[in-house]
Design a protein around this ligand. Structure first.
Ligand code: AMO
Length: 444
């Protein structure tokens, strides 16, 4: 009988482990990888393999004969044995001089394009169609390593600050964000929806854990193709109890971003370098009231205010530009959004009830986060639902929160793909979604 022991059975070493071997151990090492490309120099060849942590150069010290050529095909999965020796011109400062090479698996067909090029010369629309192939490109795969690093940084920060990680249902009975962008489902004969956000659940868990977070997909039935909307995106959500004001949420987010960027610099330096990504440096983030931001932009850029209740994408861009030029900041918190544009859970500003105690974070001219303080009083919540044209009876389980008591609280939701998009100066959000879902795409 086979018994699983949990021991490491795949004899492979990471790039760091290969580097750290003793001179004796370096004499013969076996490792595996996928052929990324082969540079045939006539009498010898460089075989670059793609491994877990990046690329490794192998040296084939012989001529590749016609007979052997199939062994050196791009995307062959191989196992090589050879000597590890220092080579400062190689990517990681070492190379493996191949003694033995075995093909473990070979592709059936040639790839539709060479993935080893530094820049894939292909339009985004076509690239997405063949993502299973193009993600093998070092630059493309680095985008999603960066995404991973950001999530790890956020998670660590939130854990250090006492947040409990939750996993809320994505099939739900009532939408929290309002608007028409909700996917409807037939749930065994009942009406159900795909969650636009974990909003009601993260609030429900405030009396339980006081601080919670979730990093998970959410769904928006946006009917129009835009460069900044997806129909499924990853939402970074947190919610915290006992706040004095929504500025506590703003401070927590500022701390989270600072921690995360330091974490990336320490742990993802190679990925940042591959992507040519310069992380913004900041100590504080300016805050400006929605109304003031609109007026500042109208004045500076000679624009007419068309929609007094919301920011147009062009206005967001100009607010970003203004705060970069006048205050040297890539980020700006726009606070106190109008009640009209905020969902039922947003708390009104007691000093000016046309506005809410809420905010958006703009990064390089684009909204990446929405957050604010929530209503915690039962009667006030029911009143606001009715005012918003909702039926409180549809929200019975959510209203248990208010009915049975919840401390003052607030939180936020951040679109992960938008953050990565702005960090990498991408023009289309699809570039930073691994397998994007948009109005026309269900595949790959
Ligand atoms: P909101 O609906 O503003 O707020 O969404 C929060 C953030 O999610 C991102 N985002 C999107 N990203 C890609 N494609 C989309 N279609 C899309 N829609 C939104 C944006 C946005 O700032 N429950 C609240 C958050 C909260 O108050 O806690 C909410 O979901 O970056």
């Amino acid at each position: 009988m086979v018994k699983a022991t949990g021991e490491r059975t795949i004899m492979d070493l990471s790039i760091e482990e290969l580097k750290a071997l003793s001179p004796e151990e370096k004499k013969s090492v076996t490792t595996h990888g996928t052929i990324y490309n082969v540079r045939d120099m006539g009498d010898f060849a460089f075989v670059i393999i793609r491994k877990i942590g990046g690329l490794v150069q192998c040296l084939y010290n012989k001529k590749i004969t016609e007979e052997d050529r199939h062994l050196f095909q791009d995307e062959n999965a191989i196992r090589v044995t050879g000597e590890v020796r220092d080579e400062e011109r190689a990517v990681n400062g070492f190379e493996i001089v191949i003694d033995k090479m075995e093909v473990l698996s070979a592709p059936k067909e040639e790839l539709p394009l060479s993935v080893s090029k530094r820049k894939l010369n292909i339009a985004l629309e076509n690239e997405i169609e063949i993502r299973p192939v193009t993600l093998r490109n070092e630059q493309r795969r680095s985008v999603f390593k960066l995404q991973e690093g950001i999530v790890r940084g956020f998670r660590r920060y939130l854990e250090d600050n006492g947040f409990t990680e939750i996993f809320s249902p994505k099939i739900i009975a009532a939408g929290a964000e309002g608007g028409a962008n909700i996917f409807k489902l037939d749930y065994f004969g009942k009406k159900a929806y795909l969650a636009q956000s974990p909003q009601t659940y993260k609030q429900t868990l405030i009396p339980v854990y006081e601080r919670v977070f979730e990093i998970a997909p959410v769904f928006r039935a946006e009917k129009h193709d835009t460069a900044r909307h997806l129909n499924e995106y990853v939402s970074v959500d947190f919610e915290m109890g006992y706040i004095n004001s929504f500025y506590d949420v703003i401070n927590m987010e500022t701390g989270m971003l600072k921690y995360c960027f330091n974490y990336l610099e320490e742990n993802y330096a190679l990925v940042l370098k591959k992507l040519g990504c310069e992380l913004p440096k900041f100590d504080t983030i300016p805050c400006v009231k929605f109304r003031d931001a609109k007026e500042m932009v109208a004045k500076k850029y000679g624009r007419k205010i068309k929609d007094p209740y919301d920011l147009e994408p062009e206005e967001e861009r100009l607010i970003g530009e203004l705060f970069k030029e006048d205050y040297g900041s890539d980020f700006v918190f726009v606070t106190h959004y109008p009640v009209k544009k905020r969902p039922f859970y947003a708390m009104d500003d007691p000093e000016d009830p046309k506005y809410t105690l809420s905010f958006d974070l703009l990064f390089r001219g684009m909204e990446i986060t929405t957050g604010g303080q929530r209503i915690h009083d039962y009667d006030e919540q029911v009143k606001k639902m009715i005012f918003k044209g909702l039926y409180p009876e549809d929200f019975e389980s959510y209203l248990m929160l208010h009915k049975y008591g919840v401390p003052p609280h607030g939180g936020l939701g951040m679109g992960l793909e938008r953050l990565v998009m702005k960090l990498l100066d991408e023009k289309n959000i699809r570039a930073t979604s691994m397998f994007p879902r948009d109005t026309t795409r269900l595949n790959p």
